[in-house]
Design a protein around this ligand. Sequence first.
Ligand SMILES: Cc1cc2nc3c(=O)[nH]c(=O)nc-3n(C[C@H](O)[C@H](O)[C@H](O)COP(=O)(O)O)c2cc1C
Length: 392
Amino acid sequence: MADLSVNFVGMHFSNPFMLASAPPTRTAEMIKRAFAAGWGGAVTKSIALDPARDLQPRLQPLRHRQRNIGMENVELSTQLTVEGWQREIAAVKTAYPNQPLWASIMDAPVEKNWQRLAEAVQEAGVDALELNVSCPHGMPSKGMGAFIGQDAKVTGDVVSWVKKVARVPIVVKLTPNVTDIAFVAQAARENGADALCTVNSVSGLIGVDLDTLTPLPSVGGVSTYGGYSGPGIKPIALRCVAQIAKAAGLPVSGLGGLSTWQDAVEFMAVGASTVQAGTAVMWNGYGIIEEMLRGLNSYLDGKGFADLKPVIGAALPKIVAFPEMPLAPRARASVDGTCNGCLLCATACADGGFQAITGVKGEKVTIDGTKCDGCGLCAMVCPPGSITMVPR
Ligand SMILES: Cc1cc2nc3c(=O)[nH]c(=O)nc-3n(C[C@H](O)[C@H](O)[C@H](O)COP(=O)(O)O)c2cc1C
């Protein structure tokens, strides 16, 4: 069995899987159940000086063929008071003293507010402070969340204020809803961040009800832009994790659409040393940790890796700027005998490609190598997977 433990800014994690700041970390009772199930660490639901009054309903799925593939929320910070959270944190730490518990804190850019929050959760015994400067909805209109994280200068100010009172590591949770996340990451590092975390949810509008033409989620007949999360945001999250890992050189906790051990390996390969999950736990429960641990273990064993070190950051040197990508022709499509002649590839190539595929319904297609431009579209739409891209 491989060693799944990681050291994250001096904190020992028995495994890299953390619960993200979200509904699954709403109370001590919930966090304790998650730790009992095997989660390596947790971040509390975001704590602000004023408890939130939430909208109802506040969650809306994006579905494809009856399956949830993403979700929008317009949920705010915790409904508990700071004093309430001091009790919850102490209860978790008493039951699980060795399991890292981070407090997510958020407020407007007012020095004494951030310091008050940081002092309060540290007194209660948290292992790190996660600064939420990234919530995309509701909070920005009060000067909180992404209002801060979308401005590198204000982000730096907040980090420097917390640094003055911090006795535990500071992890800054960044928003993907910026032009250049690397720039904000650098400001966080220069002002004292010990580690970074990304992504918070992606600003979105999940849909419109076709009967009433009301935007969703409909709260009394109106809606607003919310936070999009779940599997659909993983490519954005991987890009953000890679960018900040390269730019800031700090430890990164990666999240955004993570729901399997394979996702975790991908996040770690692009620079994350711990990973977090929110939506996947809301949809499937704390029990998903079992398969994540089992799968990660057998992956490492299969690769002959004794621990996670060979994975963390392994893909980063292979992410290059576009001009450094090799331009020479190198791939073409090839079809094997499992082709059922459905002609989806021929349609795609005709109308979205280079008119290289011809065929008769029910018979194996023919690919003209001289016309094929190696784009990969046909392989993507082929239901039985009969088309692969081969070296030219
Ligand atoms: C309903 C809901 C509530 C959330 N609340 C918080 C929060 O209080 N603080 C925070 O930093 N992020 C919050 N998030 C964002 C998640 O922590 C996470 O960054 C985001 O959902 C992407 O990860 P996921 O795809 O694994 O959910 C929330 C997400 C959801 C879905």
